[in-house]
Design a protein around this ligand. Structure first.
Ligand code: MG
Length: 259
């Protein structure tokens, strides 16, 4: 199932993206009652997908991100994967959706893409054992952990470098019921392949990340975990278009504009 959040005629709703009943070539969005955290009930209203504007699929209370969780990326950054997951927060105000611009701040000379698999949490949870981690996952989406690389180095910690408005594109929707053990994660800049990793290369696996994070902080429905980026990070320029595509999930596309 693919769960999207969208606006149509000034109204915001969640819906399920699916083939139209009359033609599998025609994709529609079937509106649901309220939110997707809990049982899903349809309103009966349907729209052609092309007639709605997709929004970030959730509005998280927080985005918890993992640093250096692919060995080749840790190596290209001049280090190794830490023994325990390295966690940091991105503010909820950094979140934007598919098609929304990434705003390049004038204070940075080096803004990088980081394509990542994102986990969307489905229920309030804390102290989740590894064996029950799957129970708290609603689904998965594509993320770009946009980073002002120069400021990440000079600031010493990462809140500013990774916290600018628009530095957390998420989307295009939440894919549920999929096995994410070995999916391709590909980032393209203006169509050119820049990152080509697989989720099987994640050093700290998703159940371990959920157990580790919730041993520290409560996660709420809609909170998001960015699982780390594969090798191949690099800079973007104003005028570029960046895409993050994850097998069985979808493709997240964002233009880069001057702030
Ligand atoms: Mg990252």
């Amino acid at each position: 199932m693919r769960i999207a959040r969208y606006s149509k005629d000034g109204e915001v709703a969640f819906g399920i993206v699916e083939a139209a009943a009359e033609s599998a070539d025609s994709i529609e969005i079937a509106e649901i009652v309220g939110h997707p955290f809990g049982s899903i009930e349809f309103t009966g209203v349907r729209h052609p997908l092309s007639s709605v504007r997709l929004l970030a699929p959730v509005l998280p209370s927080k985005v918890v991100a993992i640093g250096k969780n692919y060995a080749e990326h840790a190596s290209e950054m001049g280090g190794e994967v830490p023994d325990a997951p390295l966690i940091f927060l991105k503010p909820s105000t950094a979140v934007v959706g598919d098609g929304d611009p990434i705003a390049y701040p004038p204070s940075s000379q080096r803004v990088d893409y980081e394509g990542e698999l994102a986990v969307v949490i489905g229920r309030l949870c804390r102290d989740v054992p590894v064996s029950r981690a799957a129970d708290v996952v609603l689904g998965y989406t594509c993320a770009n952990d946009v980073t002002a690389r120069d400021q990440q180095k000079t600031d010493g910690q990462w809140s500013r470098a990774k916290g600018y408005d628009s530095f957390c594109p998420l989307g295009p929707w939440i894919a549920t019921g999929i096995d994410v053990a070995d999916l391709a994660v590909r980032t393209r800049l203006n169509g050119e392949l820049k990152q080509d990793g697989r989720t099987s290369q994640l050093v700290h696996k998703i159940p371990d990340l959920i157990a580790y994070i919730t041993s520290c902080m409560t996660l709420l429905p809609g909170d998001v975990i960015l699982t780390g980026t594969p090798a191949g990070v690099g800079p973007m320029q104003v005028g570029d278009e960046v895409s993050v595509e994850i097998e069985q999930v979808g493709r997240l596309r964002n233009p880069v504009v001057a702030r």
